[in-house]
Ligand binder design. Structure first.
Ligand SMILES: Cc1cc2nc3c(=O)[nH]c(=O)nc-3n(C[C@H](O)[C@H](O)[C@H](O)COP(=O)(O)OP(=O)(O)OC[C@H]3O[C@@H](n4cnc5c(N)ncnc54)[C@H](O)[C@@H]3O)c2cc1C
Length: 411
């Protein structure tokens, strides 16, 4: 186990208490308000004000400055609280620690001009507005960013954007005021210099909401995944984030922490599922035996514990490496946790569904929704195969073949 400083442990205890006293007892109310169509349920707003007043705010931003609201934690320190936030899909929003706003804020912290910080970063840090990241396109295989076709063309003091994006999570949420859009500024430049990022006000003329995409039939106003069409969308040239051609490099910088935080939250949700598996198997009997007495149940629970503790350590190791050595050096570990956690998450959700029988496939337990979220996680932020390819390539680069022949015999 990685040792965490006293500051992180104290914050963990405070967050735990707030979660148990204020968030968990309001889980049913939150779902009821979402079912009634709320994008930001009133209970979530109330709890966010309480959490902010306690200083439990913006805990996922290692670059947070002294005069900005919240508590700065390193990535490793954030692991102490992220799991608590991950237990419920909506809890991160109470603490302004949710995707995609956190990775977008980190992008702005790293690359925004003073004007951009004032206009966009500050209200995001306060939790007053929301944001989305628009990279993926329906018409091209977007796990290879070289395929992106959306154009960002300079025209006088403006840039003009044409293209189609989808799965820009949060991009049709009522709080969303900005899209950070990735597009091609110079199709003739070397591959890694073709793309740029630009801040697009969500209400810009020329942005059409084509549809909100369901994820495994699930649609909700609180968590949207829109398809957006951009036709001659004009934004001021100084909305460009960083310099022209730097989009690819900035995208890499954004994805490290984004993936790490998804992994931490998923581990928290898996802890809930294991707890529910134990509870359920102790409560029901078949053929004269309690379900927890069957070896298949013991195995399901034991494997879940082994796999979860393995990935937790891997995540802590990655957080530590990100903190000390940065995104580029930790990229193999980031890919490793992305694959390992999403698969573990899916496996544990699958076992939880099985132990709950028919109830497992309903919305009466978190297992079915967790399963779909885990399945989607194996695709978003890069499909498994792409990460495995990265890991294998970096592994081959790091290997030293000298002397290996001595282990071998025969021809
Ligand atoms: C719930 C959800 C939320 C999302 N949120 C966002 C968001 O906020 N912003 C955003 O821009 N995008 C978002 N996405 C999109 C996501 O990041 C992309 O779907 C992902 O990068 C894959 O791109 P693609 O769908 O175009 O798949 P493709 O690139 O078409 O790939 C399809 C499949 O091809 C195979 N494949 C691809 N490359 C390889 C390879 N190298 N080796 C072997 N097989 C390969 C894999 O099986 C892969 O799954 C989200 C997606 C989901 C499901």
């Amino acid at each position: 186990m990685f040792e965490l400083p006293a500051k992180a442990l104290a914050l963990q205890a405070q967050t735990e208490q707030f979660f148990r006293d204020r968030i968990l007892p309001n889980n049913h109310l939150w779902h009821q308000q979402v079912a009634e169509g709320a994008a930001v349920p009133a209970i979530q707003q109330t709890l966010a004000q309480e959490a902010k007043a306690l200083g439990l705010w913006n805990m996922a931003l290692p670059l947070l400055q002294e005069d900005e609201p919240g508590i700065r934690l390193s990535n490793l320190e954030f692991t102490a609280v992220a799991e608590i936030l991950g237990r419920l899909e909506w809890a991160s929003r109470v603490f302004n620690c949710h995707a995609p706003d956190v990775p977008n804020m980190e992008l702005l912290q790293r690359f925004a001009s003073p004007r951009q910080r004032e206009q966009w970063l500050n209200p995001l840090l306060e939790g007053e507005i929301g944001s989305a990241f628009a990279m993926t396109e329906p018409l091209v295989a977007s796990s290879d960013p070289n395929n992106l076709e959306t154009r960002i063309v300079r025209d006088g003091d403006d840039y003009v954007i044409n293209g189609r994006k989808w799965f820009a999570s949060n991009g049709s949420h009522e709080k969303c005021e900005l899209l950070i859009l990735v597009g091609v500024t110079d199709p003739d430049a070397p591959k890694s210099r073709r793309q740029s990022m630009i801040i697009v006000p969500r209400n810009s003329p020329g942005i059409e909401l084509v549809r909100n995409l369901p994820v495994f039939s699930h649609l909700s106003a609180s968590n949207t995944h829109p398809e957006l069409l951009f036709t001659d969308v004009r934004v001021p040239a100084d909305n460009l984030l960083g310099e022209e051609g730097a989009g690819f490099a900035m995208g890499q910088a954004r994805l490290g922490p984004a993936r790490l935080h998804h992994c931490m939250r998923a581990i928290g949700e898996c802890e809930v599922l294991i707890g529910l598996m134990v509870k359920r198997s102790q409560e029901r009997s078949t053929f004269g035996k309690r379900i927890d007495e069957y070896s298949s149940t013991k195995e399901a629970i034991a494997l879940s514990r082994i796999e979860l503790d393995q990935v937790r350590l891997l995540v802590q190791m990655t957080a530590d490496k990100l903190d000390r050595l940065g995104n580029k050096v930790a990229r193999k570990e980031v890919s490793m946790i992305k694959v390992a956690v999403s698969r573990t998450y899916q496996a544990i959700a699958d076992r939880a569904i099985q132990l709950y029988g028919a109830r497992g496939v309903t919305a009466d337990t978190p297992a079915a929704h967790a399963f779909t979220r885990a399945r989607a996680f194996r695709i978003y932020d890069g499909p498994d195969e792409v990460h495995l390819q990265t890991i294998a390539r970096l592994e081959a680069d790091e290997q030293d073949p000298s002397g290996l022949e001595h282990y071998l015999f025969g021809g």
